[in-house]
Design a protein around this ligand. Structure first.
Ligand code: B12
Length: 278
């Protein structure tokens, strides 16, 4: 059995059916992040895995990507056993799992791994899940033949650019400073304009607009990974935070940021004047 077939079998055992390979060299340059030091010294291939997270509709005050248990935890629970099996089959080879806090530019790597194209919203759009997936990758010094990248698919559509209420999306890409998802994750005091963005969004964490308007999510494809369809909490109350922080994707930011955002979405920002949209 060739190596890629063995990788596929191991990932199928982990419940991962949408994966591909990019050559490590093609995924450069790397992102500066703490996890960079974990990279295998002679990295050659990146095994990119898609983790679908669309789990239907429900009342919510946080983004749908944070309803299930923290995807960083779930990616580890699903893929660390697979990494263990790969190390058994290829002793002497190195395999390191990353997700989000990764030196790999994951959207571009998934594109290079043949899993879909990069949308004008800066997200991967895949035949499997539309935009509703997380990306996790196993970097290895084992050589695996890379896939062919898919062709761009947005064409003339610019629904996401038009729909983003904060003007964070343009043909130049994502302006992080204007993105409501970024604003809800910022620490400290928010400007009146930022408070107004959170208030109007009605979400204490993240933003789904550039996902939800994408025609590749119509209709949305439910996740085929049970862990992303269970233990869902869409509505978060301040009193729930202490127990939820350890288990949810918003936990890394700490309780103060969530308390601030929950209070903002409850009460229209005051102080009027320019920028708050009064
Ligand atoms: C920093 C970051 C953010 C920042 C900034 C995002 C940005 N794009 O600048 C903020 C906080 C705003 C953010 C928000 C979100 N994020 Co985020 N984020 C990241 C993180 C940690 C690094 C991204 C980064 O800086 N990449 C460098 C980018 C900017 O440069 P680049 O790769 O060279 O290329 C970009 C462009 O050049 C362009 N591009 C590159 N090649 C090509 C090719 C073509 C043809 C085109 C048109 C464009 C294009 O698109 C690329 C991606 O943006 C990644 C994890 C990772 N390690 O990659 C997650 C990640 C991208 N985020 C993710 C998610 C889910 C989100 C949210 C949907 C969460 C939410 N619901 O609130 C929002 C979506 C906002 C948006 N439209 O991007 C997922 C995306 C999965 C997917 N479906 O693609 C990732 C991969 C995390 C994960 N492991 O699943 N995020």
């Amino acid at each position: 059995m060739d190596e890629k077939a063995s990788v596929g079998e191991i990932l199928a055992q982990a419940g991962i059916f949408h994966w591909g390979v990019a050559s490590f060299a093609d995924t450069l340059p790397l992102l500066e992040c703490r996890a960079k030091s974990k990279l295998p010294s002679n990295a050659r291939s990146v095994i990119v895995c898609l983790l679908g997270y669309y789990a239907g509709e429900r009342a919510h005050n946080i983004s749908r990507y944070a309803w299930a248990r923290d995807y960083h935890l779930l990616a580890g629970e699903l893929l660390n056993p697979a990494v263990g099996r790969m190390k058994n089959i290829w002793p002497g080879r190195d395999f390191v799992l990353f997700t989000d806090n990764s030196p790999i530019r994951e959207v571009s790597a998934a594109h290079l791994a043949g899993l879909g194209f990069v949308g004008k919203n800066g997200l991967l759009i895949s035949p499997a899940y539309g935009t509703y997936q997380f990306i996790a990758e196993i970097v290895t010094d084992l050589w695996l033949a890379p896939a062919m990248p898919a062709a761009p698919g947005c064409g003339d559509c610019d629904r996401c650019l038009k729909a983003c209420p904060a003007g964070a999306l343009s043909p130049a890409g994502v302006d992080q400073s204007r993105c409501r998802s970024h604003i809800t994750q910022k620490k400290g005091e928010l400007t009146l304009w930022e408070q107004a963005q959170v208030y109007k969004g009605g979400l204490a964490w993240g933003c789904d607009i550039c996902n939800d308007v994408c025609p590749y999510n119509q209709p949305p494809r439910k996740t085929d990974i049970p862990a992303f369809g269970s233990a869902l909490d869409g509505l978060v109350q301040e009193e729930d935070l202490p127990k939820l922080l350890a288990e949810k994707a918003f936990g890394y930011r700490g309780i103060k940021v969530l308390q601030r955002n929950l209070r903002i979405i409850k009460k229209k920002p005051s102080g009027g004047g320019p920028g708050t949209g009064e």
